[in-house]
Design a protein around this ligand. Structure first.
Ligand code: SF4
Ligand code: SF4
Length: 292
């Protein structure tokens, strides 16, 4: 059995800002909500979300014999996350200003697993987005924050400019986290008003057909869709959030911005070739756009 206190020291030392650990069980309520969201046709162009639904809501189906899921969150809030005067076109979501979080988080999670003494990589499952896992539900259960009206996990201390990673493992811990029970959205609603396309639904869900982030990141082209000056992602429903206004900037050096997007306009991004992109932004999430 692992000690939670020891896990905490590892998570902090590798650069996580918030974390918790939950039991690997089926998340049936969250699964029912997700299936309802899918049935309403909200997953525009995201066919992969229709696959592996069972696995997404039961970590034991991703790692046989799993007992626990460690959930970690890291802030990437930088000086441009809340916006910048005059920066209204050619905009890039702030998570894409630094090294791709997939590689950063995978390396951090691997260090934690090794620190716990798990040498065999097949004895754990490290998850960063690419694995079907209901990470927002798990983050709430791990006490990291609540699911905000913008459909993102919001931490009372760190806001929502965070990325999440998980370790599914077969060991138990001597302590499990309590779910986050608060709701810091009460009396607010700024994100609904700010979303330029009306993509935010009443049930803390997103209609991805209308979401600029989906259109500019996940889809091959956003042609014919008004992206309101965004070329990759969209921070509008986060930059307006009062919890982000008060949140500190990133502390993990892996999330240091590698370029200033204000130096590039929409024309620059439209003309950028994959080869030029690779040379200038090769380590950032922007490459997702150029590898399609
Ligand atoms: S990312 Fe942008 S378009 Fe998508 S829900 Fe948020 S504000 Fe709306
Ligand atoms: S802007 Fe307001 S309603 Fe939206 S996530 Fe933040 S606190 Fe919640």
């Amino acid at each position: 059995m692992f000690k939670y206190e020891f896990l905490s020291s590892l998570m902090s030392s590798v650069g996580f800002d918030a974390w918790g650990v939950v039991r690997a069980v089926e998340l049936s309520d969250a699964k029912a909500r997700f299936e309802g969201w899918l049935a309403e046709g909200n997953a525009f162009g995201l066919d992969y979300l229709h696959r592996n639904v069972e696995k997404r809501f039961d970590a034991r189906l991703l790692l046989e014999g799993a007992k626990s899921v460690v959930v970690g969150a890291v802030s990437y809030k930088n000086a441009l996350s809340l916006g910048s005067e005059g920066y209204v076109e050619g905009r890039v979501a702030s998570y894409a200003h630094s090294v791709d979080y997939h590689s950063s988080l995978k390396a951090m999670l691997r260090k934690v697993a090794e620190g716990l003494g798990i040498a065999d990589p097949k004895a754990v499952k490290l998850c960063v987005d690419s694995v079907p896992l209901a990470e927002k539900s798990l983050a709430r259960l791990a006490g990291i924050g609540w699911v905000g009206r913008n459909s993102l996990i919001v931490s009372p201390q760190l806001g929502s400019f965070m990325v999440l990673g998980e370790i599914i493992l077969r060991e138990e811990f001597d302590h499990y986290s309590s779910p986050y029970e608060g709701d810091g959205c009460v009396g607010c609603g700024r994100c609904l008003l700010r979303c330029p396309t009306g993509a935010i639904g009443p049930q803390r869900s997103i209609n991805t057909a209308l979401c600029i982030a989906n259109r500019t990141i996940e889809q091959a082209s956003a042609e014919g869709f008004d992206t309101h000056g965004w070329v990759f992602g969209c921070d509008e429903c986060q930059s307006c959030c009062p919890h982000n206004a008060s949140a500190p900037l990133y502390r993990n050096p892996r999330f240091e911005p590698l370029y200033d997007p204000r130096n590039y306009d929409s024309e620059f991004w439209a003309k950028l070739t994959p080869t030029e992109a690779e040379s200038a932004f090769g380590t950032t999430p922007l490459m997702r756009k150029f590898k399609k």
